[in-house]
Write a protein that binds this ligand. Structure first.
Ligand SMILES: C[S@@+](CC[C@H](N)C(=O)[O-])C[C@H]1O[C@@H](n2cnc3c(N)ncnc32)[C@H](O)[C@@H]1O
Length: 226
């Protein structure tokens, strides 16, 4: 069984070739794109900050974040190179913003490998990524990421949350109507388990919870300790 449909890279590429790259990342292109920028700006993101967008897909949030940030301050990674290509060649080009971002700032990566990073990040976003991954990936991401985030830098991660007393193996209907699972996509997580993934690492986890996400996803903040 695949971890999620996103791991079938050929099928994703076929959808991209068919012009469905907006739908592949979940649709609601304008709303969910703007939503991500508005949230990060409210959290203190300034134009001069550097941002890593983990699992950025076809740049639904990316286009608007690139527009907001100073040139070359956005970096995006994704498991699917086809989504990054269409994001740059079609979406960013349509917005007239390719001059603000070298193509090399979009990196194909499904393993949270940040060895390419030349300067540490102020902000990191993983929006609707760990909703498609099992818990162990959260730990791996936190372990690999801590070396490339500035002290006091922050990671915001969205999750499909289940209540503390809900058995992880039982499906759960999320506020937005999506049914999530413990052992298959879309994955749900308990906040206490997410926080545990930061144990013995230089991260402080904080529950933010509801952030008016149109599909009911919750959000967690990790602050890089000094
Ligand atoms: C629902 S889309 C969200 C895309 C983007 N964050 C947004 O909000 O538009 C999930 C994205 O996560 C990517 N993804 C899934 N597993 C991943 C992994 N292990 N590492 C990096 N990206 C991953 C998928 O390829 C897809 O682009």
């Amino acid at each position: 069984m695949l971890i999620s449909p996103y791991y079938d890279r050929q099928a994703i590429e076929a959808k991209v070739m068919a012009g469905k790259h907006r739908a592949v990342v979940g649709g609601d292109w304008e709303e969910l794109g703007q939503f991500q920028v508005d949230f990060l700006v409210a959290q203190g993101l300034k134009q001069h900050h550097t941002l890593l967008d983990i699992g950025c897909g076809s740049l639904r949030g990316g286009v608007k974040l690139i527009k907001y940030l100073d040139a070359e301050n956005y970096f995006g990674t994704d498991l699917n190179g086809s989504l990054l290509s269409v994001g740059y060649d079609i979406e960013l080009a349509k917005a007239g913003l390719t001059a603000k971002l070298p193509r090399s700032h979009l990196i194909v990566d499904g393993d949270f490998d940040y060895t390419w990073c030349a300067r540490p990040f102020d902000f990191v976003l993983a929006q609707s990524v760990f909703t498609h991954l099992p818990l162990g990936f959260v730990r791996i991401c936190l372990e690999r990421l801590c070396g490339v985030v500035k002290p006091d830098g922050r990671l915001f991660m969205t999750i499909h949350e289940i209540p503390a007393d809900h058995p992880a193996d039982r499906s759960y209907r999320q506020p937005g109507g999506i049914v999530s699972y413990g052992g298959k996509n879309p994955y749900h997580h308990r906040y206490s388990d997410i926080a545990l993934c930061a144990q013995n690492l230089p991260w402080a986890a904080k529950y933010i919870g509801a952030w008016n996400h149109p599909h009911g996803q919750k959000i967690v903040q990790f602050t890089r300790s000094r």
